[in-house]
Design a protein around this ligand. Structure first.
Ligand SMILES: Cc1cc2nc3c(=O)[nH]c(=O)nc-3n(C[C@H](O)[C@H](O)[C@H](O)COP(=O)(O)OP(=O)(O)OC[C@H]3O[C@@H](n4cnc5c(N)ncnc54)[C@H](O)[C@@H]3O)c2cc1C
Length: 309
């Protein structure tokens, strides 16, 4: 007989936030993941609130708004790694700030939008989420499942938060990777985030953190290789310096690459009409692409509603 009410598969930001909301609601939660939080795509994220490459869908706006509010509360409460940052975003006249309704201080300055958003340093933040879960008795079990039916041996409800791997685990052909590369440089006093998604040489974002600055980036659909690429890294630095000249000469601390779990048609969040073999219910929460951090708490709330009272 299962001793848990629900098993969450996946320990990236989507799995951990879902597990925490379920635990807070009183469920006995099992947490199973192949990779620990520090080795997930979530740990690579620049992790700035922004609904990157998502469609203007009311569900997405609701998830994004709920996450904005939660992260802003966490920043005010001093949660490790979470801080509010002023942002300048260089835009084209045709760009549509469809998400701005949930950003309280959004201002349109013509070719530039200005607003404040939560930013997250993911490694300490994921550790904090894991510690909150452990405080409530939920401990991560490291195990790579061959199929979601294996998880159903632990509980009558399975939450699928396996990111890119969900494509294979659920035979969902809409899931594909979009590789993102970033470069980390020393922070010598930069305080404001800058975004210029339509820079002539490629996407630009500059996100200061406590000790470093994240320079990005790339969005490369269908690319699976996350090995280093010095040429791509140099190109990222050059276009970021073009937009933020104060970055010139900043010591490079490292480069990272991760595979965003994109899903054509948007994230799949909700209960599967089909049950797993053996009868367990299956609730999906995957396919958040370049916006997993931005949508995390809103999607976790949606999982809790599907889980039921
Ligand atoms: C360079 C870069 C920058 C980004 N910047 C931002 C940003 O600024 N803002 C933002 O909102 N988002 C950003 N993202 C996107 C964000 O990182 C993702 O949307 C998010 O991390 C997805 O989280 P996840 O929990 O679904 O997946 P993951 O973090 O990949 O976690 C998946 C989990 O599932 C587990 N798993 C998979 N298969 C199995 C199996 N068979 N058995 C057991 N466990 C399994 C894994 O081990 C892992 O624990 C960025 C991504 C990249 C790469």
């Amino acid at each position: 007989m299962p001793i848990f009410d629900v098993v969450v598969v996946g320990a990236g930001v989507i799995g951990l936030t879902s597990a925490l909301r379920l635990q807070e609601a009183g469920a006995q939660v099992a947490l199973v993941a192949a990779d620990p939080p520090a080795e997930t795509v979530s740990a690579v994220a620049a992790a700035v609130w922004y609904p990157t490459r998502t469609d203007p869908d009311p569900r997405v706006l609701a998830w994004a708004g709920e996450t904005y509010d939660e992260l802003a509360r966490q920043a005010a409460a001093g949660v490790p790694g979470v801080a509010m940052r002023p942002t300048r975003m260089i835009v084209r006249p045709s760009d549509d700030p469809w998400w701005s309704r949930v950003v309280p201080d959004y201002e349109d300055h013509g070719r530039e939008w200005r607003f404040s958003v939560p930013t997250v340093e993911m490694v300490p933040y994921l550790e904090w989420l894991l510690a909150r879960l452990a405080d409530g008795g939920t401990v991560l079990e490291r195990r790579r499942l061959r199929g979601l039916a294996e998880a159903a041996e632990l509980a009558p409800v399975v939450v699928n938060a396996t990111g890119l791997a969900a494509g294979e685990l659920c035979a969902d052909p809409a899931v594909f990777p979009a590789r993102g590369r970033i470069v980390l440089v020393a922070n010598r006093g930069i305080e404001t985030s800058v975004r210029a998604e339509h820079h002539a040489d490629g996407m630009v974002y500059v996100h200061p953190r406590s000790r470093d600055v994240v320079l990005g980036g790339t969005f490369e659909p269908g690319e699976w290789d996350t090995g280093p690429d010095p040429q791509a890294a140099r190109a990222i630095v050059a276009r970021c310096v073009d937009v933020v000249p104060e970055l010139a000469g900043a010591p490079v601390l490292g480069e990272r690459a991760g595979l965003r779990p994109v899903r054509r048609g948007g994230a799949r969040v909700g209960e599967d009409p089909e049950r797993l073999p053996g009868g367990a219910r299956l609730i999906h929460n995957y396919g958040h692409g370049g916006a997993g951090v931005t949508l995390s708490w809103g999607c976790a709330a949606s999982v809790l509603v599907d889980f039921g009272p």
